[in-house]
Ligand binder design. Sequence first.
Ligand SMILES: Cc1cc2nc3c(=O)[nH]c(=O)nc-3n(C[C@H](O)[C@H](O)[C@H](O)COP(=O)(O)OP(=O)(O)OC[C@H]3O[C@@H](n4cnc5c(N)ncnc54)[C@H](O)[C@@H]3O)c2cc1C
Length: 409
Amino acid sequence: MRKFDAVVIGAGAAGLMCAAQIGQKGKTVALIDHSEKLAEKIRISGGGRCNFTNVKVSEDNFVSEKPRFARHILAKYTPQDFIGLVQRHHIPFHEKHKGQLFCDHKSDDIIDMLAAECNSGNVTWMRPHSVTAIEHGLHGFSLASTAGGIETPNLVIATGGLPVPKIGATDFGLKMGRQFGHRIVEPRPALVPLTFSDAVWEPFKALAGLALPVRSRGSELDAPWFDEDLLFTHRGLSGPAVLQASSFWNPGQALSLNWSGADSVDTFRNHMQQACVGAKAQFDNWLAGLMPHVPKRLMQAWLDQPDFAPLRTRKVAELGKKQLHPLADAIANWQIHPSGTEGYKKAEVMRGGVSTEDLNSKTLESRKVPGLYFIGEVVDMTGWLGGYNFQWAWASGYSAALGVVQRIA
Ligand SMILES: Cc1cc2nc3c(=O)[nH]c(=O)nc-3n(C[C@H](O)[C@H](O)[C@H](O)COP(=O)(O)OP(=O)(O)OC[C@H]3O[C@@H](n4cnc5c(N)ncnc54)[C@H](O)[C@@H]3O)c2cc1C
């Protein structure tokens, strides 16, 4: 039976940060992971360049039953703290749009940095190894694992969410949550492309590969509008606009898209009406001129729809509010019904997970089982696209490490 001050299960973003911090504070810590390769999700993130944080992060950038739960944890370890770490390791990086920070070279830079941080904390690596059973008694936790028996008073679950099972994602963390009496907020794919039935998608199938800037919004009441790029695919819609909105979309409900270039339906209606005055052009040419950012192929597919086809060859001067307003509404607030998502194979994150209601909002320690911690994506705290999920992983790993160290002291 090996004994450690703490054991972290899952050597991904949150687990690496947590183990390194515990070790660097002079405590013995083992880090267990079942995957052959270290931190594959970091490796594939950000198109291979890891969008490792965002210059501005708050609880407003998260989807959760209780986003405010993240406030203290995000304040304890900020993007500037992580940027400082990246700079100390001389990793070159750059800012892309909306404050997103990416490595100049490869995501491996971040993995190597975190592994070096673990090594400087003398973390005991146990990988590839699996934990087969966990029991909790008076003196803490007893683990059965493929590396033998392990005892510890502090156990951190950092096994992530369900997306991309082929690189090692499992439901281990959710099972542990249930085993120890925590409520699980229904997990589902988020930051995920949306799909459509053949009937709905037929007019747009030929547009696969086409991209344009839009405003997008999921179906939930508190869903924000996102100004991002939309991408048409063979099966539906993707691109940052749809990934963002997907985290706020519920099956059976509509996705809202505004590709008018105006910020709202009213603005676009007014813009259309003003542009109408004195216009002599044929309607389809006039509309294309009104929205130069819209690719011609999309405009054509749109105007081929039965509701709008009769307008195509009309003179703009002949059209009144009765014809223009429904068209303005359809473009600036397109209500389209996805049939589903591309699922965990393509999702970037899992929404839902271990409810925050029974976790300490400073340390992420369980209120039900002392010494048990949940960090990273397994917790019901899902970031927007843009580096927020990694910042949650770093910050939650850091806060749990402080909690563990205080508990031992
Ligand atoms: C394609 C893609 C791109 C992404 N890009 C970004 C990005 O650029 N920026 C951003 O902020 N977020 C991004 N994300 C999300 C981000 O990767 C995750 O939110 C983050 O990695 C979660 O950290 P974690 O430590 O909780 O889980 P993970 O990093 O997934 O780590 C979990 C670890 O636990 C291990 N594990 C799982 N089950 C077991 C088990 N039963 N036993 C032992 N070990 C186990 C896994 O092998 C893994 O190493 C991306 C995700 C995907 C899929």
